[in-house]
Design a protein around this ligand. Structure first.
Ligand code: 3PG
Length: 381
């Protein structure tokens, strides 16, 4: 992968694909600017080198496209410098507006996905985007599992380089995948089971222990008939491939139970086998926490993805808080985490500084760790 130091960006119209697909609330306010902050070193580097910086991204909230104007405003605050917002990403207006920029100035184009050609990886659209710049920088690791025009199309028309974030994502995640120091402990929780199984199966070849919490732990327990009398709406085919006789696998032995509708006043800690039919598990229990913490203490490499329970609710914070606390205390281990909810939990419990690397990727990180080649990374090779 060619990186920023391999090119002289002075006076060059530099098209930078970022992933500014950030958290926003119903009023359109940014609730989480982690991905914006992580792109800042590359943007500053290019500005210092007197490049003409043209940023592009997509932004969606619950599958609805949202204007990037709000990101331009936030970026302007962070950089303390004018960020010109261009109301389209291609066409004569985009060309005219970006041509006015001087070296050391910066613009952000409107949401790429407003144009059908982006997701369709349309060559004509990619060419139109490429016309805005003389060189392309890919800083959007979190989107590199998508073969979209701004990710894989534009590099066909412009010399292409990996941004600092892209470089560090690939380096840190490759270290986990190719050369983890042992014992290597993987801790997986969260709800999106179907997106994680392939990664777990790949990474379990390398890991010494895999600790499961939250919904993913529960689904394995149900599907493997350890938690009895419960039905799964959809059976995860890949779960069948998890071999429970493998001593690396650690599932919750107890949980914090509440009623399905979370009626107030009902809370019970019990062994997994003693769960009642009217209950659901909302967090790992104290015995599981104890076992998991002992294992975490021994780690030399830790990968954490997905909270241990429904940590947004104060009744169920303990599992995630305790496990993150144990990870933070293991000062000798190389520690990596990633995923939207994961980063949220890490910030909530104030342990971000204790990690060696926090990935901006959700789906992209998991796909990378599943061993698949990412189109966005391949396009830079
Ligand atoms: C993400 O948030 O994971 C990336 O921005 C990719 O978004 P997408 O799933 O909408 O393609």
């Amino acid at each position: 992968m060619r990186t920023l130091k391999d090119f002289d960006f002075e006076n060059k119209k530099t098209l930078v694909r970022c992933d500014f697909n950030v958290g926003i609330d119903d009023k359109g306010k940014i609730t989480d600017d982690f991905r914006i902050i992580k792109s800042v070193p590359t943007i500053k580097y290019l500005l210092e080198k007197k490049a003409i910086v043209i940023l592009m991204s997509h932004l969606e909230k619950k599958e609805k496209l949202v204007s990037l104007k709000v990101v331009a405003e936030r970026l302007e605050n962070i950089l303390g410098q004018k960020v010109k917002f261009v109301q389209s990403c291609v066409g004569s207006a985009a060309l005219k507006e970006t041509r006015k920029l001087k070296p050391g100035e910066i613009a952000l184009l409107e949401n790429l996905r407003f144009e059908k050609g982006e997701k369709a990886n349309d060559e004509k659209f990619a060419k139109e985007l490429a016309q805005l710049g003389e060189v392309y920088v890919d800083e959007a690791f979190a989107c590199s599992h998508r073969a979209h025009a701004s990710i894989v199309g534009v590099p066909k028309f412009l010399p292409s380089y990996a941004g600092l974030l892209m470089e560090s994502e690939v380096a840190n995640l490759s270290r986990i995948l190719k050369n983890p120091e042992h014992p290597f402990i993987v801790i997986v929780g969260g709800t999106k089971v179907e997106t994680k199984i392939k990664t777990i199966l790949n990474i379990s070849r390398l890991a010494d222990h895999i600790l499961f919490g939250s919904k993913i732990g529960e689904i394995i327990l149900i599907q493997k008939q350890i938690m009895l009398g419960r039905d799964l709406r959809v059976k995860e085919k890949m779960v069948e491939k998890i071999d429970l006789t493998n001593p690396k696998i650690h599932l919750p032995v107890d949980g914090v139970m509440a009623l399905k509708d979370l009626s107030e006043g009902y809370l019970r800690k019990a062994a997994i086998g003693a769960i009642r039919i009217e209950e659901e598990v909302y967090d790992i229990g104290p015995e599981t926490v104890k076992v998991f913490k002992e294992i975490i203490k021994t780690a030399k490499t830790i990968f954490f993805n997905g909270p241990m329970g429904m940590f947004e609710n104060h009744e169920f914070i303990n599992g995630t808080k305790e496990i993150l606390g144990a990870i933070a205390k293991n000062r000798g281990a190389f520690k990596v985490a990633g995923g939207g909810e994961t980063i949220e939990a890490i910030n909530k419990f104030g342990v971000a500084e204790n990690f060696d690397f926090l990935s901006t990727g959700g789906g992209a990180m998991l796909e990378f760790l599943s061993g698949d080649e990412l189109p966005g990374v391949e396009a830079l090779k």
